[in-house]
Design a protein around this ligand. Structure first.
Ligand code: AHR
Length: 514
């Protein structure tokens, strides 16, 4: 690296890979005008496998604490990590979901085939009221995905009226008769899902027109000004973002979504195992995970062209690692285990989002319970918290905190002659003035010493939490549910005005400076 490259990179506030260096150098700025939206820490729950049925919503005979059929140990665990929003009912399922099927007496609700996910019969016992009750118990905001692919404008517009209006219209009276006299005031509304794919295989030009038609009839009711979110690009489809931004005025959309999944092998046909992988496969997984940085940067740059004031949010409302299903499980249910690798993916991705909080103002991990990169796995009445859960627990301190820009010079992690930056970081200051720095070491073998300058930040003590384990493939199981857990971290010291941290190999650390 030349001194010129180094200075340009420092000026841009980005990470530099400094090869052949066993230490990293970090500086954290004391101020910025940006807030890390809590909605970056959102979750996604689709009618898919055992995400809803057998996850949140269980059989009445299951011997666990419940409210109606909502599982309360799950509610308590998710409240602990302060999930800010929950996206529902899909995913691909959203574009074949008809909300009227999910209200009224459960026994009378129509049944349908869940064509996307295993062809199972959906009995609609979990519908609008049940979902909103769940969000109420979780203390989070509901985020509805409306059916554009196989629905109508009228259907969506009546759904909004049903949940948000306080009028005496027939549809509102139905809500009152179904037990909820007051409007729910749901503000997050996705207009379709993956409209480029399972949501209707549309071109971006066609979708932009559809969005405007649907959005025109997505009405605001008192106390519920809608945040309308357009179906956005698949991964690096920059043309989709360009066409949407060019054709939809910013006053019509609060956000544009983006979906990107980390596929370990990069091959959708043979994605790779969740638990049985080599170092080389781990490395490639992290290369694929880090592509999120490039995608967010490039989509943001396109958005900047049309929306320099950054009024429209980029909402990465499906992300996470997607592996082959666990052997012996239904391939349509997308059930996968969750290892230390998943924790590093979660922490790295959240660092990327925190560092792009000027544009990324919402996101949702796919998908909360028993599906893809989950926070929680269940087996009948048993339940475990995954390594990914512990990252969301560790990172909750960044929710709605003041963003602190960082500059980082990272050593490389080299495998098979290929390299990636071993360290990634984000930082924030909370309302009480505490500074939190989250650091990830992706190197499987080497502890890394990070020397940190904190110019302008007043602090006396440092404490922290760490997540790591002996093996990158380690998981929590129902027999050993706490193998991976948060531990106190003692590897950070004050050295004059500087902070020196020794971050263990394959670990995530969040420090608190007071
Ligand atoms: O999360 C699983 C699926 O992935 C969702 O239903 C869809 O939106 C995406 O392709």
């Amino acid at each position: 690296m030349t001194i010129k490259t180094y200075l340009v990179a420092l000026f841009a506030g980005i990470t530099i890979n400094a090869s052949a260096q066993s230490t990293a150098s970090l500086s954290v700025a004391s101020d910025s005008k940006l807030t890390i939206s809590k909605h970056i820490y959102g979750q996604f729950a689709e009618h898919l496998g055992h995400g809803i049925y057998g996850g949140f919503w269980v059989d009445p005979s299951l011997p666990v604490a419940k409210q109606d059929r909502i599982r309360l140990d799950i509610v308590a665990a998710l409240k602990e990590i302060k999930i800010p929003n929950l996206r529902w009912p899909g995913g691909c399922f959203a574009d074949e979901y008809h909300w009227r099927d999910g209200i009224g007496a459960p026994a009378q609700r129509p049944r349908m085939v869940n064509t996307n996910w295993g062809g199972v019969t959906e009995d609609n016992s979990f519908g609008t009221h049940e979902f909103l009750k769940l969000c109420d118990l979780l203390g989070c905001e509901p985020y509805f995905a409306a059916n554009v692919g196989s629905g109508t404008v009228e259907e969506m517009s009546k759904w909004i009226e049903y949940v948000n209006s306080n009028s005496t219209s027939t549809v509102v009276q139905m809500r009152k008769d179904n037990g909820h006299p007051d409007p729910y005031k749901v503000t997050f509304w996705g207009i379709g899902n993956e409209s480029w794919g399972c949501g209707g295989n549309m071109t971006p030009e066609f979708y932009a027109n559809e969005f405007k038609r649907y959005a025109s009839f997505a009405k605001n009711y008192p106390g519920a000004r809608l945040k309308k979110i357009a179906s956005g690009p698949n991964s690096d489809d920059y043309n989709w973002t360009e066409v949407i931004m060019k054709n939809i005025p910013d006053y019509m959309m609060w956000g544009i979504s983006m979906h990107y999944y980390t596929i370990p092998t990069g091959n959708w046909g043979k994605k790779g195992s969740a638990t049985n992988f080599s170092e080389s496969e781990y490395f490639n997984t992290m290369v694929n995970c880090l592509k999120m940085e490039e995608m967010v940067t490039k989509h943001s740059a396109i958005m900047d062209k049309y929306d320099p004031e950054k009024k429209v949010a980029l909402v990465v409302d499906e992300w996470g690692v997607w592996t082959d299903v666990e052997p012996g499980t239904n391939p349509g249910f997308l059930y996968q285990q969750n290892s230390l690798r998943d924790a590093l993916i979660a922490a790295t991705t959240l660092n990327i989002f925190n560092n792009h909080c000027d544009r990324v103002r919402g996101a949702a991990l796919a998908q909360t319970i028993n599906v893809l990169q989950s926070l929680i796995l269940t087996d009948k009445e048993k339940m475990l918290l995954t390594p990914t859960y512990h990252i969301f627990d560790m990172y909750k301190v960044h929710q709605d905190a003041q963003y602190l820009p960082i500059q980082l010079i990272s050593p490389d992690y080299v495998v098979d002659g290929k390299k990636l930056p071993a360290i990634n970081v984000s930082a924030s200051r909370d309302a009480s003035g505490k500074v939190h720095i989250s650091l990830v070491n992706l190197d499987m073998h080497n502890d890394i010493t990070i020397s940190t300058a904190l110019t302008g930040i007043q602090w006396k003590t440092v404490s922290g939490k760490v997540l790591t384990s002996a093996n990158i493939t380690d998981v929590n199981t129902f027999d050993q549910p706490n193998k991976l857990h948060l531990a106190n971290f003692t590897g950070a010291k004050k050295d004059g005005a500087n902070l020196v941290v020794v971050i263990p190999a394959k670990s995530v650390v969040t420090l608190e400076l007071e």
